[in-house]
Design a protein around this ligand. Sequence first.
Ligand code: PLP
Length: 274
Amino acid sequence: MRIWLDGGLREADSARVSVFDHGLTVGDGIFETVKAAEGRTFALTRHLDRLTRSARGLGLPDPDHDEIREACTAVLAANPMPLGRLRITYTGGHGPLGSDRGEHGPTLVVALGETARRPDSTAVITVPWTRNERGALTGLKTTSYAENVVALARAHEQGASEALFANTVGQLCEGTGSNVFVVLNGEIHTPPVSSGCLPGITRALAVEWTGAKETDLPLDVLDRADEIFLTSTLRDVQAVHRLDDRELPGAPGPVTAKAMRIFEERAGADPDPR
Ligand code: PLP
């Protein structure tokens, strides 16, 4: 496996990042996961734009889009695989112990992992912990993901692949690595970004392409929804067939199935929708 670090390709086994890198010591970093099928990225421009918004939110220097594009191309060429995920990690870089940033510039790593095709439907749980809709990091894709790691482990313990959070005022928010949509009376709804969810790229495309409405939704909407689906870079549009103890037989239902079809067609027709 060859990855990109310090401006060039390196063997992953011998690539070195400082043990004082703030991505490691204080979680001061941001990232993107970009889908790459047959060596071609999907929606890279939107991912780079969100990376810049995350960098600005943390006060990191703007990432160099030209270098990241070059890195993605080089890493994909060096590691051919049918379906992969590029992981772009950009941290505060080497710094003092503690939270003050040092004088060093950021660290950029671009790596690639192979992924399996996701099933059409999945099981999901809700967790009792809340997302903060008004935090300093809300809406930014930072490497401070430990809360998601804990919630996802809980999901796996219960035979589910995703865990959903409410926000601090009891509204439906998002999953550990996905956005959530519900179907009510034939209409598709998803929580607005003000709920504290990550502005997911798949979410934005699904809203645009299906006409889904952005609506404040109480968490218990999940008990009444006719259909539920998730969106993310690695799931695309994926139906939910079980939520906690509630079975949703026949998932994907007709509205979700149509959203899946629309997404596949539109994404297939344009690998970099702006
Ligand atoms: N919400 C969270 C917390 C995420 O980490 C992700 C993706 O990793 C998403 C939502 C979905 O975003 P996207 O569609 O850009 O992958």
